[in-house]
Design a protein around this ligand. Sequence first.
Ligand code: UD1
Length: 340
Amino acid sequence: MKKTVLVSGGAGFIGSHVTVELCQAGYDVVIADNMSNCDETNYKGVCAILSRQLPFEKVDFCDAAAANALFDKYHIDAVIHFAAFKAVGESVAEPLMYYKNNLDSFLNVLEAARSHGTHVLFSSSATVYGEPDNPPVTEQSPRQEATSPYGNTKQMCEDFLRDCVKAYGMHGIALRYFNPIGAHPSALIGELPRGVPNNLVPYITQTAIGKRECLSIFGNDYPTPDGTCLRDFIDIVDLAQAHVCAVTRMIDGKMEEPYEIFNVGTGRPVSVMELVNAFEKVNKIKLNYRIAPRRPGDVMAIWADPALAEKKLGWKAKRSVEETLASAWAWEKRLAEAGK
Ligand code: UD1
């Protein structure tokens, strides 16, 4: 019998790509989203890629009764929780908004999952490692004190999951994402930042298309090979496929511990400057950029040791940075054609 996965925040950037990969791997998916930070573009794109309408529920997971009702309505084998606010700077300005939304919603998911015997996959972040002493980081590398309420919610939600698994005999996986970039090769789904993008790749593509005048490269005086920060940029489809492996591991009863954590990255450090150069080269575009002061709160260098995910999940990032940057550009052009 087909298994069903509930994807909270399924109309967003990561949730929509995960939904496509799950469906293509043979899962039924229920998408739930309160649409607070996105429009219908990605939901429609997912349905177009899969050539069918997927069940969609407009639900705010901060509403415990509404969240629980979803688990009553569908027989859900696993839930993947993406529904959260994600802007680091905004979280510093509005900590209460972040704590209320990101913590309440996950607590409600955990409560419903507990009473319905559902496996839980939490979308965590490499932000939990802070500024690592000695990259690459493994899952055993220490977490550092969070530098933003956003980062703090990721750490707290990891702990909520760990403690619930221990107390209630549940099963859970936390995936720690590095820097997800790119878009689906169909260019039907992708990242849709509201307002001025905070993240590098949407800023690059919006500059290339003429929505932004000039990209600021935040700092070229770091003690790195070219002076700019080093990150582990991971293709969004590769990242989505890691979720399929993790969900399958849970549902098939293959977990070795009831709570497991995996890094989801490439293991390949790429500097901000290298990424900009690669974007120009692969898409044959001259980007307007300037060197700006460092951005407060940025870590200098972080990338994953992804060995554990390869060993235990049988997952490995496959796509090159060039391929991914071409997909990001195709998506931005598609948005422009659609007048977005
Ligand atoms: C941030 C968050 C991370 C979150 C991720 C995706 C922290 C410390 N980081 O990662 O948790 O999961 O966003 O939302 O909490 N840059 C520029 N110019 C720009 C934008 C970025 O030079 O206009 C540089 C930054 O200085 C950084 C790199 O590009 O060195 C990547 O930045 P960004 O895409 O914002 O991701 P992170 O800060 O790594």
